[in-house]
Design a protein around this ligand. Sequence first.
Ligand code: NCD
Length: 310
Amino acid sequence: MEWRRRHVLGLSDFRPEEIEFVVDTARSMEEVLTRDIKKVPALRGKTVVNLFFEASTRTRTSFEMAGKRLSADVVNFSSSTSSITKGETLLDTARNIEAMTPNILVIRHYASGAPHFLSRHLSCSIVNAGDGANEHPSQGLLDLYTILKAKGKVAGLKIAIVGDILHSRVVRSDLHSLGRMGARLWLCGPETLLPREMARTGATLTSDIREAVRDADAIIMLRIQLERQKTSFFPSIREYCRRYGLNRALFSLAKDDAVIMHPGPINRGVELSDDLADCDQSRILDQVASGVAVRMALLYLLAGGSHAAH
Ligand code: NCD
C-alpha cells in the first residue's frame, strides 16, 4: 500500500488496509525500540512541533520520544507559558510556528475540530493529539496495537469500554480502529453519559456493567472527564464508583485471560481498583510502550516514509 495522507486528523475515514499499514509500520518501529541504540536516522533534518493546549503526560512525551527516536528535531510548545496568555489567537500562534518551517505539527486542543481548522490554513502536516471530545486517533491506534499484541487478533473479540462515553475522544477513535477491525464493542456507562446515537456504529450500549464485562476479552476503563462536564451527570463520585468502578468481583465475570486497559490518567479507586490497575492482566503500561511505536509509525509515514525504517 502507498501512504497518501498529509494529515492524521481522525480515524473516521481510515480504511482497514490503512489501519493495518500503520500497525505493520509500528511493528518495525517496535523492533527499533528493542535495540541497544534506539534511534534511526529516518527523520533527520525534519522538525516536529508539539503544540499542546491541554494537559498531557503520556501523549506529549510519547510524541516527543517518537520524534527523537527517528532523529527529528522536536520542539515542545505549552500554552500556559506562551503568548496565548496574552490574547494571541490559535491561528496566529500556529502561523508563527509555521513560519519557522516545521514539517509536522502535533496538536492537542480543547476545541473539537481545531486540528481540522489548522489543516486548512497551514501547509505542514497536522496530527491530532486529541481535540475536545471528538477524536484521539493515535490513542485509537495504540489501543488496537495493544490488543493485537495481547490477543493476536481483534476480529470477533468482545471489548467493553466503560465510563464517561459521552465526553471521551478515546471512545470515538476506538470505535473506528477496533470497530473497523471487527471487534464486538460494548459501550457502558450511566444513561446520562451514554449517547444513544453511538448504537449506529454497530456497538452495543448498556448501563449494566455486568452485562458489558461478562465474557469480555478486553475491558477499557475510562476516566470521568470532569473538565468537560458543565452539569451533574450522576449523583456523586462515590455512587459512580459503586456502580461503574471495576473491581475483582466484576472482573471475574470476564474471560479468564481478559486484559484491562486504560488510556490514563487513572483515577485510582474511582473507575479502577488499585489492585486491578497493577495486576498481571493489566496492559496499561503496555499501552504506553506501544504508544511510542505507533506514534513513530505515524510521524514516519507523514514525513514521507512508506516502508519499514532500518
Ligand atoms: C486521554 C485524553 O487526554 O483524551 N488521555 C490520554 O491521551 N492518554 C484520556 C483522559 O484524559 O482521560
